[in-house]
Ligand binder design. Structure first.
Ligand code: HEC
Length: 156
């Protein structure tokens, strides 16, 4: 065999072998009574935008595409989903206290304004999650209004 054939064979064996590492994808749950979507704080277009552009990494309702079961892509998906949920999990919205809600909403404004979110690597595989200027503006205006509502709810 030629040296490049050995290299390809070696690579193939490695790719096959890493499939046996158990996947670490965070669990999916579709029963989330504390989800932002049921809280009354969001509806219409903004709720669709959040579900399409953010929920795979920031909720318990992640929709894993086929490649998320194939290493090494699975490692990346698992890491982003785990770290995304740790930062912000919309499925646990109603159990978060007021100050944390305000901090999350404020972070959302910043991340969306600066186009840090959705993560650029996610957009390479999910073109439907790309936000245009007016969609970003909708999310920002929603988050600003939601901050006022969160404070008012606390006063009641
Ligand atoms: C591919 C997964 C993924 C998607 C999709 C995604 N995020 Fe994130 N998000 C992450 C990860 C990972 C982190 C933590 C690391 C970081 O800040 O880069 C994070 C962090 C955040 C933070 C906290 C930032 C901070 O530094 O405090 C906010 C707020 C956020 N995301 C909002 C959003 C919003 C809003 C959307 C949708 C418009 C979104 N994300 C889409 C993965 C994602």
């Amino acid at each position: 065999m030629k040296i490049w054939q050995y290299l390809i064979l070696g690579l193939g064996i490695i790719l096959l072998a890493i499939q046996f590492v158990p996947n670490q994808l965070p669990e999916v749950s579709n029963e989330n009574p504390q989800d932002l979507m049921g809280s009354g704080l969001v509806d219409g277009e903004v709720s669709n935008l959040l579900k399409t552009a953010c929920y795979d990494c920031h909720s318990n309702t992640t929709k894993y595409p086929w490649y998320s079961y194939v290493a090494p892509a699975s490692w990346l998906v698992a890491k982003d989903t785990r770290e995304g949920r740790e930062e912000v999990n919309f499925s646990q919205w109603t159990e978060v206290d007021m100050m944390d809600k305000l901090a999350i909403l404020d972070d959302i404004i910043e991340e969306v304004k600066e186009e840090h979110m959705p993560l650029p690597i996610y957009l390479t595989m999910h073109s439907e999650a790309k936000l245009d200027d007016s969609q970003r503006q909708l999310i920002i205006e929603w988050a600003e209004a939601a901050m006022d509502i969160v404070v008012e709810e606390e006063d009641e």
